[in-house]
Ligand binder design. Structure first.
Ligand SMILES: C[S@@+](CC[C@H](N)C(=O)[O-])C[C@H]1O[C@@H](n2cnc3c(N)ncnc32)[C@H](O)[C@@H]1O
Length: 183
């Protein structure tokens, strides 16, 4: 299913995270073994299928997708991938939806409006478990627009251990919320 989506999205230049970044996400999930993940911006469900499919069997993923048509497409694609039991799709604007989400998260992928990355994270922070991994996509191609987000995760009084992964044509920022902030 992921291979089919890669072919179709390349043909029509649809912005999914794709195979190389997907490999990094799968590696991070394998290392940190999150139980409760959040995705902000799901489009067709490529990254949702990748995340849910990489999580431990009891892992659960919540996807927030602003476009209601795309949200139902994500649900359908997740179901086709056999992952419906692990994934909940919340249609709507993440800035409104995040504060209403129950529970706490130990993994998040932020991949929606670039100017809003910092605001998504601010809404999410009270719901992050210590050690949570937060991945922000497009920090290469949207460098200026995600500037305030990068400043926050890189210079937050040691709250996060944050580093950028360079993919040549783009980059991803991976930030791990420290158990106890460094001074
Ligand atoms: C780059 S695409 C996501 C690609 C997806 N993560 C993947 O790799 O398969 C961005 C998505 O974010 C959604 N979006 C934009 N603003 C949003 C918001 N405020 N809340 C939730 N989703 C939003 C768009 O509708 C679009 O589907």
């Amino acid at each position: 299913m992921l291979r089919l989506m890669e072919r179709a999205t390349t043909l029509w230049a649809i912005p999914i995270i794709g195979r190389a970044k997907g490999r990094l996400i799968a590696r991070l999930i394998d290392k940190h073994r999150p139980a409760n993940a959040l995705e902000i911006g799901s489009l067709l469900g490529y990254s949702a299928i990748l995340i849910a499919g990489s999580m431990p069997p009891k892992g659960r993923l919540t996807c927030i997708e602003a476009n209601p048509f795309l949200a139902s497409l994500v649900e359908a694609n997740v179901e086709t991938a056999g992952l419906a039991k692990r994934v909940r799709v919340v249609p709507g604007d993440a800035l409104r939806a995040i504060p209403l989400l129950p529970g706490r998260f130990d993994f998040a992928l932020i991949d929606a409006e670039k100017e809003d990355y910092l605001e998504y994270l601010r809404q999410l922070e009270p719901k992050l478990r210590p050690g949570a991994v937060v991945v922000a996509d497009n920090t290469g191609i949207a460098r200026k627009r995600v500037g305030p987000y990068l400043e926050h995760v890189r210079d937050s009084g040691g709250r996060y251990a944050s580093r950028e992964y360079d993919f040549g044509d783009d980059a991803m920022e991976v930030s791990v919320l420290r158990e106890s902030p460094r001074r």
